[in-house]
Design a protein around this ligand. Structure first.
Ligand code: GSH
Length: 374
């Protein structure tokens, strides 16, 4: 097969997720910035969406959205063995959590530690756009970095929420570090979408930007080692010479899941309430219509409030997360009763078990890379 093309960037969260899957599965690929002429001329018109990553597959498919890229890899037999039963639901839940809830620590530790991170991240942005013109690249890099502060409050990152975001992240590092002393991957002996998803925030931002990378190395060295393992093509790892490939739940995984579910369950629940109101108001919208009449690809249903580590945070709800919840719900619906009981047990914190078989007010879809109703 000809090499697969990945349009992304080293500092991009969702690119790190896809790149890790490609490397772990030993898929040969070439990576380009979105400033490459091929992207403007051929890829963007097909993707109809400015976001990265985009993958052009050997079968000609041009796919944006990291979850759909992993799906297409799976369809082509390029994603390896997937977990089954309750763990299939768990991997989709962790992927959804990583894509959304972990934007909070990822963006906080990148943009609120200017003295430590700024030169590095401006250079990263500059290379993304430079195409050989370093001075122009640096100007654009500074301009892009300057805009980022505006992205923080809608994600719930404010002076008052920062202590809770940091406490939650440090607790997660602690539990993940314990888990990775017992297993090479989230779900045991083989990598899954749970690992690829977490590589987005834990590698692209938190494992690479100067301040959070040092934090991870000092507080959670085994999580840092996992980021290295997740960017490598080998199946084996010297820390786990005898671990057999495969998937299993464990007590250390449960501890990680409890923390994630306590945070993300309430966020999903509040988002679902706003979506129910929206769906009632738009009951006559034809199937296939975009949720946003303005063409916003990942629209919000409005602000929501929930608690992280006992503090109330306000964030803009993410419709895209409900599309990802729906994927976990579909996987849950396909389980046997015994497997459903296991999934409910693993995801009992934060009301997630109840969300797994709650009917969506209206099914969601993605048409032309935009959130739509089915
Ligand atoms: N749901 C998308 C999100 C992709 C995304 O937001 N990518 C960021 C870079 S990490 C981006 O392209 N942002 C530019 C924009 O929002 O226009 C995915 O999973 O691929």
């Amino acid at each position: 097969m000809p090499a697969l093309q990945l349009y992304g960037a080293p500092c991009s969260l969702y690119t790190a997720k896809v790149r890790s899957a490609l490397r772990k599965q030993r898929v040969t690929f070439r990576e380009y910035f979105a400033s490459h002429p091929e992207y403007r001329e051929r890829i963007l018109p097909a993707a109809q969406n400015q976001r990265i990553p985009v993958v052009e597959f050997p079968d000609g498919a041009i796919v944006q959205d990291s979850a759909e890229i992993l799906d297409h890899m799976a369809n082509l037999g390029l994603l390896g063995t997937a977990p089954s039963g309750a763990l299939r639901v768990v991997e989709l839940f962790i992927e959804a959590y990583a894509d959304r809830a972990m934007l909070r620590p990822a963006m906080h530790y990148r943009w609120n530690f200017r003295a430590e991170n700024e030169a590095f991240i401006i250079g990263e942005f500059a290379r993304l756009v430079a195409r050989g013109d370093t001075a122009k690249g640096l100007d654009t890099g500074r301009m892009l970095a300057g805009r980022m502060a505006a992205y923080l409050p809608p994600l719930g990152i404010t002076e008052s929420s920062i202590p809770a975001i940091e406490a939650q992240y440090l607790a997660l590092l602690d539990r993940l570090d314990r888990h990775f002393s017992a297993a090479p991957y989230l779900l045991g002996g083989s990598p899954s979408r749970a690992d690829y998803g977490l590589m987005g925030p834990l590698h692209a931002h938190l494992g690479r930007d100067p301040f959070p990378a040092a934090l991870m190395q000092s507080k959670a060295p085994l999580v840092y080692r996992w980021t290295e393992r997740m960017n490598a093509g080998e199946d084996t790892s010297p820390e786990f010479p005898d671990t057999a490939p495969g998937f299993a739940a464990s007590d250390t995984l449960r501890a990680v899941l409890d923390l994630m579910a306590e945070e993300f369950g309430p966020e999903l629940r509040e988002t679902l309430k706003l979506f129910a109101n929206w769906a009632a108001e738009h009951a006559d919208l034809a199937a296939g219509s975009p949720v946003s009449p303005k063409g916003v690809d990942q629209p919000s249903f409005g602000p929501i409030r929930f608690e992280i580590q006992g503090s109330t945070v306000e964030v803009m709800s993410a419709g895209h997360s409900l599309w990802m919840l729906q994927r976990a719900q579909d996987a849950f619906a396909a389980l046997t009763e015994a497997e459903k009981a296991e999934a409910r047990d693993l995801l009992s914190a934060g009301g997630v078990a109840a969300l797994l078989d709650e009917k969506m007010p209206r099914r969601l879809d993605r048409q032309g890379n935009k959130l739509s109703v089915a």
